[in-house]
Design a protein around this ligand. Structure first.
Ligand code: TYD
Length: 210
């Protein structure tokens, strides 16, 4: 059976490097995508919610709804049909980010009900993620790495205070109470992290032959 795996985690956790290593390893035997974005329409939404500074001047609820819109589009036009065709999907971020960033990081836990309801609708008659692999990093390290990353394209998500990163980290832990999450210690070398990711994928039956 095809699997839907979400890769998520703290800013500066090296998630991008890990996704590149996985793409190199698995090539097009697996469909790689991302949130927000992943289809032409969802990439339009990404430009609004991630790249446009106007989004930072709006409300958390508004951004939350845009992330949901991108997710529904991605599920409809890419994830569901791909899984149905028998291929695995690896996604760079997913609903775990909405939970950790909007509900916990931005302290809008009153959106929990809406978040749960959105999951029910978005994954109605569709496959929800089989596994979330979360790259975990202490808050100070996450903030420092994000700031040091000069190559990073500036977006309005980048500069936050330490408390925000602490809340995001706790948010992933809270998400994991009810969801199939495995945490990976992202303070180690990229190669060590990559090996652990491959082991977790092997446990899901995903290897070069599977
Ligand atoms: P991106 O530059 O792609 O970050 P990264 O390379 O770290 O994945 O920007 C995605 C940003 O969007 C990231 O800061 C997390 C944020 N985000 C949310 O706040 N909520 C969400 O639901 C999603 C999917 C992402």
């Amino acid at each position: 059976m095809s699997k839907y795996i979400v890769f998520d985690g703290m800013d500066g956790s090296g998630k991008g490097t890990q996704m590149k290593l996985l793409e190199k390893k698995f090539g097009n035997s697996i469909i790689f995508t991302r949130e927000p974005g992943g289809t032409p329409f969802a990439e339009e939404i990404r430009r609004v919610v991630r790249d446009n500074v106007l989004a930072s001047e709006s409300t958390t609820l508004n951004n939350f709804l845009l992330f949901l819109a991108s997710r529904e589009e991605l599920q409809h036009n890419l994830v569901a049909p791909t899984l149905k065709s028998g291929k695995h999907v690896f996604s760079d971020r997913g609903d775990s980010s909405t939970y950790a960033f909007q509900l916990c990081g931005e302290e809008h836990e009153e959106l929990t009900h809406l978040f749960n309801l959105s999951r029910e609708h978005i994954f109605l008659n569709r496959q929800s993620p089989d596994l979330y692999i979360v790259f975990d990093l202490p808050a100070e390290m996450s903030r420092r790495r994000a700031l040091q990353d000069v190559a990073r394209k500036t977006n309005h998500f980048d500069v936050r205070d330490l408390g925000f990163y602490e809340r995001v980290r706790k948010g992933f832990r809270k998400f994991a109470v009810h969801m199939p999450v495995k945490f990976v210690d992202a303070t180690r070398t990229p190669e060590e992290i990559h090996q652990e990711v491959l082991e977790l994928l092997a446990e899901e039956g995903i290897g070069l032959s599977g």
